[in-house]
Design a protein around this ligand. Structure first.
Ligand SMILES: [Zn+2]
Length: 133
């Protein structure tokens, strides 16, 4: 219970829950059942994303500029120095939320290129839609 309480007191967890909820609403309203496959593909995609972020960004060679070192320290180095520090267990807001926006934008762009979004930007059903309506 203590771990669940720890998890739920972190603002980025609530941000992710909100993003997942909004994503599910968008997919449910789109009327394209195949979009749920993307949700399943999102799990390994996120694992790959986290691995690459951890491997190639979080473990960059320590920067010389103090501000950059401090930023990386707060983003991740500190977690390795103090793995049980509650403030350093999760990635900070300035990493999670921009990552969320970038990933959402990439997926939205790919879906748009595949022709699954309408002109007003919402995901919609193309098959069977008349050009007058
Ligand atoms: Zn690490």
């Amino acid at each position: 219970m203590d771990r669940l309480r720890l998890l739920l007191r972190h603002v980025t967890i609530w941000g992710m829950i909100a993003a997942i909820t909004v994503g599910c609403i968008i997919v449910a309203r789109a009327g394209q059942p195949w979009l749920w496959v993307l949700v399943l593909l999102g799990v390994p995609a996120q694992m790959l994303n986290e691995y690459n972020l951890h491997r190639h960004i979080f473990h960059l060679k320590p920067p010389r500029a103090q501000w950059a070192f401090d930023l990386l320290y707060r983003a991740h180095y500190g977690h390795h120095d103090f793995p049980t520090n509650r403030e350093l267990i999760f990635a900070p807001d300035f990493v999670v939320f921009p990552g969320l926006v970038i990933n959402f934008t990439l997926v939205w762009g790919i879906l748009t290129l595949l022709g699954t979004t309408s002109r007003n930007g919402s995901t919609s059903r193309r098959v069977g839609r008349s050009s007058t309506g």
